[in-house]
Ligand binder design. Structure first.
Ligand code: FAD
Length: 441
């Protein structure tokens, strides 16, 4: 069996593992172990028959000016500012996104009822918030919940909203002041408040060899590319021996670490392969199935980047219009969309054939695709680790587990390593901070 010695062993070469490796002192001998045949994790570009897609649609959002400066230096000129614009489809009508700021899209009486409930709620004695359902009612009032927040979140989480905790996963829902909500009753398109307006996406020149967000990983990994070992699945982490074992087509290998091991692989996976056995935590999650739908014929006429769908009869929760991100992401006279379908990871596998038929039917019914014969192909990419599900005790359990691993020189990092909702910029920021902390030891 091959044995190797390193200062740091990093498990996983997604955005967090790669970002950390670029920050660790060069004098440290560091290796990244990645089970896939390509680095990047969720941040990957995929080419199918001349169409370009993101493995998961990503916009680079900047919230911290320091991180913005660092990342802009890395990504260069190909990344352009792009303002997220979307519609929200409900069983009661269509509004602009975010729903709570654009009630004017609904029928007048319904819009007034939603706004009225929102105002009354703000002045009412707060209810005791015990779960996510309570939190939604407390934040938006009953009517907005009935029209959009309940159906959409039921579709997204596929489990009772009462079983979910109140914190940690409300990252994509914002509260606004009453005047802003009232203003939304009268808004036209031009006045709509941009959501995450400091967002960036790669738009390279026509004919470029590669497109989509995988370009971020290419630029970021350049200085540490040689340290990444691909096609090596981590199958055991022995805390006492300070040894990581991997399995690949060429056999079993051992990697001993002197200073530390940083895990960015999903926490439940790490817990399963740690020796001696760790106390189990009951972490739940939702996966997301990406359907990359390729078409010819008349392109859907919208300037939106994506649309949300809360209706139960529509299989997807979001449709992404790829050419509105990057006009050159499809071959000439062809076009594409990506459909996002979330699923409960513990539920039985989604049948691709049935799913493809349901997607096509919905796209035709919604008039996004004009003719059945316009469909060319559908390519599926499944991400089992997409959305951590936070129940009441999840955050507390994670804190305990993190502390326990840290005491054994195993540092948890990244969206699934730490089991936290983190955007790409946040993942980068945390990896930089971890690199600085380890360098100072
Ligand atoms: C649907 C969705 C939409 C999103 N949209 C946005 C967005 O618009 N903007 C934004 O900023 N962020 C977005 N994010 C978040 C962003 O994708 C993450 O923050 C980021 O990609 C996480 O990187 P990571 O390295 O922590 O995890 P990962 O990308 O999961 O990397 C972990 C790596 O570990 C590897 N691995 C796993 N198990 C093993 C093993 N046993 N052995 C070896 N290797 C292993 C995996 O193959 C992977 O390469 C989105 C996430 C999702 C799910």
């Amino acid at each position: 069996m091959e044995k190797n010695e390193y200062d740091y062993v990093i498990l996983g070469a997604g955005l967090s593992g790669i970002s950390l490796a670029t920050k660790l002192k060069k004098s440290n001998k560091t290796v990244l172990l990645e089970k896939s045949d390509e680095p990047g994790g969720l941040v990957k570009s995929i080419e199918v028959n001349g169409f370009w897609f993101d493995a998961v649609l990503h916009l680079l959002h900047y919230h911290n000016p320091k991180v913005e400066k660092q990342l802009k230096k890395i990504v260069g000129k190909d990344f352009k500012s792009i303002a997220p614009k979307a519609d929200v489809h409900t069983s009661y009508g269509v509004t602009k996104f975010p729903f709570q700021l654009n009630l004017g899209g609904l029928k007048k009486e319904l819009a007034i009822e939603c706004a009225n409930d929102y105002i009354e709620n703000a002045y009412r004695k707060p209810i005791k918030v015990k779960n996510f359902e309570d939190w939604l009612i407390q934040s938006f009032g009953k009517k907005m919940c009935e029209v959009f927040f309940f159906p959409y979140n039921n579709k997204m989480w596929k489990r009772s909203l009462k079983s979910l905790g109140t914190r940690d996963f409300v990252w994509n829902i914002q509260n606004y002041s009453i005047p802003k909500v009232l203003n939304g009753l009268f808004q036209d398109d031009k006045k709509i408040e941009a959501y995450n307006s400091n967002s960036w996406y790669p738009i390279p020149r026509k004919g470029a060899k590669k497109r989509c967000m995988g370009l971020l990983i290419d630029k970021l990994k350049a200085p540490i590319d040689k340290q990444i070992n691909l096609n090596e699945e981590v199958v055991e982490v022995d805390i006492k021996k300070k040894c990581v074992t991997t399995k690949s087509s060429t056999g079993i290998k051992q990697y001993f670490y002197k200073k530390g091991c940083v895990s960015t692989i999903p926490l439940p996976v790490l817990q399963k392969i740690t020796i001696p056995k760790q106390k189990k935590t009951n972490l739940k999650l939702n996966g997301v199935l990406y359907a990359m739908v390729m078409m010819k014929g008349e392109k859907y006429d919208t300037s939106n980047l994506w649309d949300y769908f809360s209706q139960e009869e529509v299989i997807f929760s979001r449709i992404i219009y790829m050419q509105n991100f990057d006009p050159h992401s499809a071959p000439n006279k062809k076009w594409s969309v990506m459909a996002e379908i979330t699923y409960k990871a513990e539920a039985k596998k989604i049948d691709p054939k049935k799913t493809a038929n349901a997607i096509k039917k919905n796209l035709l019914d919604l008039n996004i695709v004009k003719k059945k014969t316009d469909f060319l192909d559908i390519h599926f990419v499944d991400h089992k680790y997409a959305y951590a599900v936070f129940e009441k005790s999840t955050s507390q359990e994670i804190r305990k587990v993190t502390k326990s691993y840290a005491s054994k020189d195993i540092h948890l990092l990244g969206r699934y390593g730490k089991w936290q909702y983190l955007s790409m910029a946040q993942v980068f920021e945390e990896a930089v901070a971890k690199g600085e902390a380890l360098n100072s030891l």
